[in-house]
Design a protein around this ligand. Sequence first.
Ligand SMILES: Cc1cc2nc3c(=O)[nH]c(=O)nc-3n(C[C@H](O)[C@H](O)[C@H](O)COP(=O)(O)O)c2cc1C
Length: 308
Amino acid sequence: MGLPAHIADRLRLPAIAAPMFLVSGVDMVLAACKAGIIGAFPGNNARTLEVLDDWMGQIARTLPADAPPWAINIMVHRSYARWEEELELVLKHKPPIVITALGSPKAVVEAIQGYGGLVYADVNSLTYAEKAAATGVDGLVLVAAGAGGHTGPLSGFAFAPAVREVFDRTIVLGGAIGSGQAVRAAQLLGADLANLGTRLIACEESLAVPAYKQMMIDSSAEDIVLSAALTGIPANWLKGSLIAAGHDPDGPKDKVAIDLGRPEDGPKRWRDVWGAGHGVGEVRAVQPLGTIVDKLVSEYAAALSAPR
Ligand SMILES: Cc1cc2nc3c(=O)[nH]c(=O)nc-3n(C[C@H](O)[C@H](O)[C@H](O)COP(=O)(O)O)c2cc1C
């Protein structure tokens, strides 16, 4: 079954502009859908529920009916106080896709499918993939090794084929996918869609501050540091931002308890320490998101016609 035809037909490239904390907002979602990929943002990027209500209303009103679908990402984790109120707004605005993160999607699947929405669950292991699949979700977002922000430990080369064997609905693969060739490779591994995070952080429409975008341009894969010390969950960070924030450049050592509150409530992770994955080397300039997607589309076309 893979990706439903009514979605595939509306995409220029089989990809999602991945939801990213403090990076993706309304402008990025609209630019992504306009460029022909799925646009997504995390609900907690909206400072208040009133702002979230406004953002979802703007997106729903602006996009034409035949545009690629848009998605909101909601955290369903006990340490995230706002998820039930975010769910109420989801039911009001009916985003075509809801991506759940960091908890079981079980509590939300029925309500979202009830209005015709699709639920994709973010997972970082085979065990979680199987558990999430059992809740009846429409898709799984596989967060593989090398992904920016909270990352999984498994190589996408092993993760996607293993999940494809047991799950016949939509598979999204993320983790260092930064070129059209890599998008095609994800499909060959069994995925239906690629999740593009790191590749899009430096787009003009992103909420990332200019210094973050510049560090993306200046960094290579070797400047990415894996550490669980900032949020309690293993995540990939830009080494330069760790140093600037006074951390050990090889990554802070002590693991902390999981706490997903807003960054201003605690240490300055995310706001001052910047997430990025192994695909950072593909970022060479600050460009409109549409220009980046155009390049990926032509690389993808070249990969489709490559002899081998
Ligand atoms: C700075 C940053 C913030 C992120 N924030 C979120 C988030 O709030 N929710 C989420 O589900 N995933 C988040 N992610 C993960 C992305 O949605 C996506 O899975 C990942 O970026 C894909 O790997 P890539 O960065 O190698 O492209 C974040 C990633 C980055 C780089």
